[in-house]
Design a binder for this molecule. Sequence first.
Ligand code: PGA
Length: 248
Amino acid sequence: MAILAANWKMYKTIAEARAWFGAVAGSPLLGRAQVVVFPPLTALCALRDHAGQIALGAQDVAWADEGAFTGMVSAGQLRDAGCRYALVAHSERRRYAGDNDELAARKIAALWRAGLTPVYCVGEDAGERGAGQGPACIRAQVDTVLDALSGVLGGELVIAYEPVWAIGSGAPATPAQAGDAAALIRERVRERCGPQALGHLSLLYGGSTSAASVPGFMAEPLVDGLLVGSASLDPSSFLAMLEVMVDA
Ligand code: PGA
């Protein structure tokens, strides 16, 4: 089943989040794709009992399981709040909060220990792209994490290719670029973890997606779904994307 994931970033009050779920949670389309929503932490508990077929996720997670870590939230606490997924190393956290590949590996391991599915975000920035370093950047981000995990997947793994230059820019990558990135990531996972790991891997594209761009991305055989930012905030624009996705 295809995945349509909504990253709300630092938007929405609890009331706004509830209203969005009120508009989306009853849609008959939900049985035909896996919808995952990453709300702000403040709204998670309020949504848990209204999520229906929508899976909840967190936008970040601590690498430790418990302890004196003021301000952090553990994977077990996220599970307690109803989460099944968490984003790891989104480019905005790499930029503003010091996340890097080494921390990402520790966060992924923590999520697996709690039985949650990590959505690990990779992708090159505009400078790396301009220098022709896009594939090398993706390869390094994936290899560093898989090496730190000793090439062993401790659960399901989602990797989202989100080129930094495409996020929030209104200019998405082309479907072919997303397909090439997906092929490269699969190749790295196969090489580091073995072919059996591919059965536990899903690949997303994210960056300035909208209903108009869904068919092109979903026509790429290695792209399993989309991670959507701004177009996910309005329930009708999100439902329009879902409708196109299940028809694709
Ligand atoms: P965007 O954000 O769809 O607004 O470009 C995507 C993301 O940051 O996950």
